[in-house]
Ligand binder design. Structure first.
Ligand code: BGC
Length: 912
């Protein structure tokens, strides 16, 4: 028989075993904090180790998942350093259930952390047969021209004490649901946009505390939304169907274990007499406050005059739980200025081009209308400029009830900085605010330098992302387009991963991409509302580029494997049409919006052969497929596509490269793509890079690239030793350049390098958005090369961090930080006379390889001591001393390094 230990001994043991230092924080389920409504059968968990000591690594973990007091799964002590994307391996999860989980870890000191606080997640409906609700549509005959927003209601009674109540809601169109006077959730534009014919998301709400014991009511308003509203080009309507419909299922469990269901069925009522008389995404909303129906979402409202509903036989098998963050409101921006234009109109300037809507407090005569019109810019004369909105009216009309009310639209959004108000002669600044609306992604990155213009560029990149990450990655938010253009999304995707956490955002969109692929061919826009599918090089390659970028940034193998088939189908679809391994057929957008001056005689337009571009992307996609096959352990595919890749490159060299190494298109984009995707044999790369630099110089240190060349331009320059040239391009203030729009007062990224000309006239109105993120792709280079914050492929998702700044004396200081799943990583440098100071933060359970710009390791100190005293130097390379470090904060000073940098950057003949 075992002897019992005295209590003091047990306490002592507990104290010594619990490492007071390492703590666990930031628990995520499927990359989100406490998500409500997951239909993933085996969710993945992530957590962070918190410890300010250096070199902390996890050696083991233990997870407990519970449902109330029942332990559902205990992982036991698992020897592993994984703290990110750890898969649930317990018994099958039940639908509509709240699970809690906690974790503790052992670190490399051998001690275990205390248990974390509980995190939770709710499962959604895991089995489609659990849907009992029926699709309902309005019971009245619709006015087919105006199509006012239908409203639905239903009263129901609960008769016992409620233990839990869960509501699942979705719509054909957009919905806003209210129970007992309380709005469901804080999301807008629900159920979001997916490829509705294949995948329609529903949202899940915990309504336990909203239901009354006794009488209850639910009311729902619908808008046309993407489902049947105007979307795509040429005023298309009804892309997914003519119907507008609602689906609600509420599962109530009483404390005695009995259950009740409230579902949409033929007992619901509907009317078209609600206040939203018109709502279209592009055109805006008309709201008649005289039609407001007091108490319609409360029990006891008189709906005798309302119509019944029609039961609709719409598909249920397309229903899926919501995976990504919902669209919610964010920044609230007050008017900067209210002024009267030369035309005599009253205009509010919010000082920032943003996406969302205006919230207005208004009071006026019953029946009078206030009209809000939105624009991004003012024209040369200072009047509202609407031409670039094309057919989008972007106008909200508010018909007053005679009472003071606060108004904002529901089923639309606008891209604007200026708002013209008609019908209110006495505009007061305090009655208006602009609210930014976008997917609720966690802000993760910061980047700043000693240069104010670059900082404004970074601001513009982040605002471009805010405005265009509205459930799907859109090209632009203001004109009659707002579509998920694949090319724009792939170009910006890596930059996007720095500014915000876009893992679930893209994960959802990539599934729509796979759903809308036709025999591997990737349509221009996802969800595809164009009605045809053509693979255009650099657009369609979103199929391979984005999954790979997400894998690098977030390290989730499961996501990569989910996209693998789509990636492979895409490459195969090119292989099918390629002739002698050349992709030289079909329509391509080419290097969209490249530099094209009016130059009848000297041919300065930077036109790149579209098939040369196509061949480069064919190779790149094949390379990424090989990478994915290797990660997923698919040797057969890796071998097969490696052989194909060689043929693709050989065909490229035969077709597009002269024996001396000149490309048939002598443009920056041609050289950039050929170099970035390793199209040329090793022996030809150096001179190709020289030709690229010559070309840049021939344009007087300006870029000439379009959507496809721009993302890689500076990367290629730094890779081949032309850091100083890359900086010159970045700091260039005249057109075409990143800073030209900044000098023109831009607050977002423009679609064109010269959207507004120096004389304040505009580029062609049919294609001139002032909020288009594609050229913001330079952000990736700023984070990864200026600040030098990157991840290695042998430790993706910043498990093995690469810190390799590229210093240039044209700026004196940089700082970048990134919230990774492991914690915040950061890298910053500062020129101090002839020394370079470098501050680095490495999160727990990661390691970093740091490249310190230095003459020699002996010239470096770390936190006041000689580097070599505490840190092992692992090598020397191109003006850097390389060290491998563990978690912690580090402060390096590299004495006399500035001269070395100047010399290195000059070596490559940077000065004209
Ligand atoms: C969009 C682009 C898109 C392009 C295709 C435009 O209408 O706004 O950003 O990539 O069409 O070339």
């Amino acid at each position: 028989m075992k002897k019992k230990l005295p209590v003091v001994c047990i306490l002592l043991l507990l104290i010594t075993n619990v490492n007071a230092q390492t703590k666990i924080d930031s628990l995520l389920t499927e990359n989100r904090k406490d998500p409500v409504g997951l239909d993933v059968l085996q969710p993945q968990f992530s957590w962070q180790l918190i410890n300010s000591k250096r070199d902390i690594l996890q050696t083991a973990y233990q997870i407990i998942v519970s449902n109330g007091n029942n332990k559902v799964w205990q992982s036991g002590k698992v020897l592993s350093d994984s703290s990110v994307h750890v898969t649930y391996k317990g018994p099958a999860l039940q639908s509509g259930t709240k699970y809690t989980w906690r974790v503790r870890v052992w670190d490399n000191s051998g001690k275990h952390s205390p248990w974390s606080a509980n995190a939770f997640f709710y499962t959604a409906l895991l089995n489609p047969t659990e849907w009992k609700a029926k699709w309902i549509a309005p019971g009245y005959a619709e006015d087919t021209v105006m199509r006012p927003s239908p409203v639905f209601r239903k009263e129901f009674t609960t008769n016992k004490k409620i233990k839990s109540a869960i509501a699942y809601i979705t719509a054909h169109g957009m919905y806003e649901a209210i129970i007992n006077g309380k709005r469901m959730g804080n999301a807008y534009l629900t159920p979001g946009w997916t490829s509705y014919n294949h995948r329609l998301q529903y949202q899940m709400y915990d309504v336990t505390n909203i239901l009354n014991e006794g009488k209850n009511a639910i009311g729902v308003t619908l808008g046309n939304g993407w489902y049947r509203g105007i979307i795509g080009f040429s005023n298309n309507i009804n892309y997914y169907g003519k119907d507008i419909a609602l689906l609600v299922q509420m599962d109530i469990t009483y404390t005695d274990g009995s259950k009740q269901q409230v579902i949409t069925d033929d007992s619901w009522k509907s009317t078209d007499k609600g206040p939203i008389r018109y709502a279209e995404i592009y055109n805006g909303e008309t709201y008649d406050a005289r039609n407001e129906m007091q108490g319609w979402t409360m029990p006891g409202f008189d709906d005798k005059e309302w119509s019944g509903v029609k039961i609709l036989n719409a598909p249920m098998k397309v229903l899926i739980a919501t995976y990504n963050e919902p669209v919610t409101t964010h920044e609230i921006i007050k008017p900067v200025k209210i002024f009267t234009t030369p035309k005599g109109e009253k205009v509010i300037d919010f000082g920032q081009n943003l996406v969302g809507w205006v919230v207005m407090k208004a009071k006026g005569n019953k029946g009078d209308t206030i009209t809000l019109s939105h624009a991004e810019v003012l024209d040369k004369e200072g009047n509202m400029y609407y031409d670039n909105l094309r057919n989008a009216k972007a106008q909200d009309n508010y018909i007053m009830s005679g009472e003071e009310e606060t108004y904002h639209p529901h089923f639309t959004w606008h891209g604007f900085r200026y708002c013209c108000v008609k019908g209110d002669d006495d505009l007061k600044s305090e009655d208006f605010e602009a609210v930014a609306l976008y997917s609720d992604m966690e802000p993760t990155g910061t980047f700043s330098t000693s240069n104010a213009l670059i900082n404004q560029l970074q601001h513009n990149i982040q605002w471009g992302q805010r405005g265009n990450f509205l459930d799907v990655p859109t090209d632009c938010p203001q004109r009659d387009e707002r579509l998920g253009w694949t090319g724009d999304a792939q170009a910006f995707s890596r930059t996007a991963t720095f500014n915000f956490n876009v893992n679930d955002f893209f994960s959802k969109w990539l599934k729509d991409m796979a759903a809308d692929q036709v025999n591997g061919v990737m349509p221009f826009v996802i969800p595809n509302v164009l009605g045809f599918a053509i693979s255009s090089a650099g657009w369609a390659d979103a199929a391979t580029i984005i999954p790979w970028n997400m894998y690098l940034a977030y390290g989730d193998k499961r996501s990569l494997s989910q996209q693998y088939e789509s990636m492979k189908n895409y490459v195969e679809s090119i292989r099918r049409v390629a002739r002698d391994n050349l992709w030289n057929t079909g329509f391509h957008f080419g290097d969209w919006l490249f530099y094209r001056p009016f130059d009848d005689n000297d041919g300065r337009s930077a036109v790149t052969d579209k098939y040369l571009i196509a061949q480069c992307f064919y190779a790149h996609s094949t390379q990424l497929l090989i990478n994915a096959a290797n990660v997923l352990g698919n040797k057969k595919d890796a071998n097969e596509y490696t052989a194909l890749l060689q043929k693709i490159k050989d065909a490229f060299n035969k077709e597009y490269v002269t024996p001396n190494g000149r490309l048939v298109s002598g443009t920056q984009t041609a050289y950039v793509l050929a170099l970035n995707f390793d199209m040329l044999p090793d022996s030809m790369r150096k001179q190709a890079a020289e030709r690229l630099v010559e070309n840049i110089k021939s344009y007087d240190m300006h870029l000439t690239t379009g959507f496809l060349g721009t993302p890689y331009l500076c990367h290629v320059l730094t890779r081949f030793g032309y850091t100083a040239i890359a900086y010159k391009l970045l700091l260039q203030k005249t057109y075409p350049s990143w800073l030209y729009p900044v000098t023109m007062g831009a607050t977002t990224i423009w679609e064109r390098w010269d959207g507004e000309k120096p004389d304040s006239t505009f580029e062609t109105p049919s294609m001139n958005s002032f909020n288009h993120y594609a050229y913001g792709a330079i952000g990736d280079w700023m984070y990864r090369k200026i600040a030098g914050l990157d991840t290695y492929e042998d430790g993706v998702g910043y498990k093995h961090i690469k810190i390799m700044p590229h210093v240039d004396t044209s700026i004196s200081q940089t700082e970048a930080s990134l919230k990774t799943y492991y914690g915040t990583a950061s890298s910053g440098w500062k020129i101090n006379d002839n020394d370079i100071m470098m501050d680095v933060i490495v999160p727990c359970n990661t390691t970093a390889t740091v490249y310190i710009p230095a003459q020699d390791a002996n010239n470096i100190t770390e936190s006041g001591s000689a580097l070599k005293e505490n840190i092992k130097v692992s090598g020397n390379e191109d003006g850097y001393v390389i060290v491998n470090i563990g978690s912690g904060e580090y402060h390096f000073i590299s004495k006399g390094a500035v001269q070395k940098i100047i010399a290195l950057n000059r070596k490559n003949n940077s000065d004209k």
